[in-house]
Design a protein around this ligand. Structure first.
Ligand code: NAD
Length: 248
């Protein structure tokens, strides 16, 4: 029998849109209490309301993941509101694509600050709560480009590769407290982030995917649900690709 996450308390960053939204909805439907965290507070509010409408438990929090002090304060607030923190999904992410020669310092710094430092900020703030209860799940939404590299995404690929290093280091540090830390590396998923790409780029991606389609946020959310559950208790420090076979 699949052991779910009923009764667990979960934080999902970037929960207002795309993959993060779907993870929130899945976790809520599976009986977890969900803290929907997003810099876009209206979007987070809407997702929390959707979960509550389906008889689930959810709260929305406005937070910029790159702001260290705010993240520590919000996580303490969430732990107070929910009575603890069991599951963290570091999902918030942005892209600022450009070729190296044209990439500004600001665009490099912003992407690293949100995608990589944001995950560090939340991991640091949440792991002390998980250590107390000697149970925890941390899931970092990385990307296949963190392993492959990608022309036009030196900032994003660096941040995602850094996230993989963060995942493995945290997995080694926290294993003795029964906290697992894994990275999920999606390939091409249909979300507002990829809607920005032009049709030619999209078609080029489909050609490179053996399953010949974009992934859905639900595909990624299902994997996160499994990793967050007791059924995945012997998996830690791994990077699990979910990409329709794009990278083998
Ligand atoms: P999205 O743009 O639909 O959603 C991202 C969410 O993060 C938004 O709700 C946004 O408001 C929030 N966010 C952005 N900056 C933030 C900040 N500073 N603080 C808090 N929240 C912030 O994107 P998505 O496609 O759902 O991507 C989710 C994650 O999956 C990202 O980490 C992305 O890098 C990763 N990913 C996506 C794909 C894909 O093909 N869509 C592929 C690989 C990895």
């Amino acid at each position: 029998m699949f052991e779910g996450i009923s009764g667990k308390r979960a934080i999902v960053t970037g929960g207002g849109s795309g993959i993060g939204r779907e993870i929130c909805l899945r976790f809520g439907a599976a009986g977890a209490t969900v803290a929907v965290c997003d810099v876009a507070v209206d979007a987070a509010d809407a997702v929390a309301a959707e979960i509550r409408k389906q008889e689930g438990n959810a709260h929305a929090y406005k937070v910029d993941v790159s702001d260290f002090d705010t993240v520590q304060a919000v996580c303490n607030q969430i732990a107070d509101d929910l009575g603890g923190i069991d599951i963290l999904v570091n999902n918030a992410g942005i892209t600022r694509d450009n070729l190296l020669l044209r990439m500004s310092e600001r665009d490099f710094d912003q992407v690293v600050a949100v995608n990589l430092k944001g995950a560090f900020n939340f991991t640091k703030a949440c792991c002390r709560h998980m250590m107390k209860s000697r149970w925890g799940r941390i899931i970092n939404i990385a990307s296949v480009v963190g392993q492959m590299g990608n022309a036009g995404q030196a900032n994003y690929a660096s941040a995602k590769a850094g996230m993989i290093g963060l995942t493995k280091s945290a997995a080694k540090e926290l294993a003795s407290r029964n906290i697992t830390v894994n990275a999920v590396a999606p390939g091409f998923i249909a979300t507002p982030m990829t809607e920005k790409l032009d049709e030619a780029t999209r078609q080029a991606y489909y050609k490179a995917i053996p399953l010949k389609r974009a992934g859905t946020p639900a595909d990624v959310a299902n994997l996160c649900l499994f990793l967050a559950s007791d059924a995945a208790s012997y998996i830690t420090g791994q990077v699990i690709r979910i990409d329709g076979g794009m990278v083998m």
